[in-house]
Design a protein around this ligand. Sequence first.
Ligand code: SAH
Ligand code: SF4
Ligand code: F3S
Length: 467
Amino acid sequence: MSETQRAAAEPTARKRLFIKTYGCQMNVYDSERMRDLLTPLGYEPADAPDGADLVILNTCHIREKAAEKVYSELGRLKPLKEAKAASGDPMTIAVAGCVAQAEGAEIQRRAPVVDLVVGPQTYHKLPELIASVHRGRGEGLETEFEVEEKFDRLAAPVRQVEGYSAFVTVQEGCDKFCSFCVVPYTRGAEWSRPVDQVVAEVRALAARGVREVTLLGQNVNAYHGEPPAGDAADGTWGLGRLVRHLALIDGIERIRFTTSHPKDMDDDLIAAFADEPKLMPYFHLPVQAGSDRILKAMNRKHTAAEYLDIIARLREARPDIAISGDMIVGFPGETEADFEATMALVREVEYASCFSFKYSRRPGTPGAALPGQVDEAVKSERLARLQALLGEQQEAFNASMVGRTLPVLFEKPGRHAGQLSGRSPYLQAVHCEAPEALIGTIADVEIVSASRNALAGRLKDGESRAA
Ligand code: SAH
Ligand code: SF4
Ligand code: F3S
């Protein structure tokens, strides 16, 4: 432990840590890693901010609403911080994540209640930053891009995991610069973790009972990691190769990854869906829009036809693959005809699930300066039409499971007594009566009914397939 880490740990009394996570799965992973980093310093997780010694808001900047939520939360924290101070103890408030990266010191100007601001690539420095805030020194601002150093530092703390499915960041950052998106500015340039580092983390997770890993990256299929030590191949490894390699780890039964970009699709990754049984038949491939004119204005670097061709090749490799995506309606200049092209693409793909958003004008992105910003009412109306169609598709996909037997990874007790809740290979939530002993195992479930958001089933033979 370094001097500063020791200082942060003093006094050694137990301290309470509350972390609130906004945004994407990578933020969920980062929050877990922040907790891992702070555990050796005496911080224990709390489920509410009241009375906590340290509150971290791990924030998202992707849409205006996401960023504004942070300031409302800071408003709610103010009286809690004052109450804690009145009882003689400080509450330290940290803003982490993408709002921290995008707004930096501006956050403390707007919300003086904030003690420190730490970006997504520098949270490994939290122990030092907390120590300097406690000593009344330092600016409490750290937003450099140090992704490589971050993962080196994070390698040491043991990952505490709850449950049987875990996220593992393998790639971070984005060089695509879609004209609507803040991520290239908040997460920095594309960077891949070395294969050995990923393997070590996945092995440790498997040893703790994890059965499913979801590999994360803002452009995860752009993964090009340094090969394992002793590997004869020159050059880096792609995602397909990494997936096949991780599949060899004992205990890991299921592998998923997200989020991919159409431009980074390669044949090896498509082939992995055909020949690697541990790679689950579910693929999240955002397209954003169906009109080539809009795709060009979005700087997506692919056409609708190219996207559809990838989907066709995936389905050839793995006929039952479930396709998921992201859509934006109301990008500047989007006409009714452009929107109809999005609807037509959706009809052609038949999504198993798909996220859809109204375009949100983000300061500093090229899209924000484009003419032809679309009226809010028009955006709402288009989003409603799109979501009605996507909802029907999701419902139809779920209904097609009735009568089939699916292997389900049971993760936790269900809502009703005697019930467990788990996931199908297609990432659907499945509820089923089953003994608690099956939590953390994969068992066959016959699907008896389906709704838009979940499946219900009956345990086959009461037997677990894999311990
Ligand atoms: N490739 C990234 C995408 C992150 S953003 C990843 O790793 O997940 C997730 C989705 O948010 C995008 O696919 C896009 O559909 C949506 N989005 C991004 N910027 C947006 C904006 N300005 N307005 C509305 N939706 C946006
Ligand atoms: Fe954003 Fe586009 Fe990069 Fe995804 S690929 S993170 S949408 S810029
Ligand atoms: Fe949000 Fe940052 Fe993720 S902006 S979506 S938390 S990469």
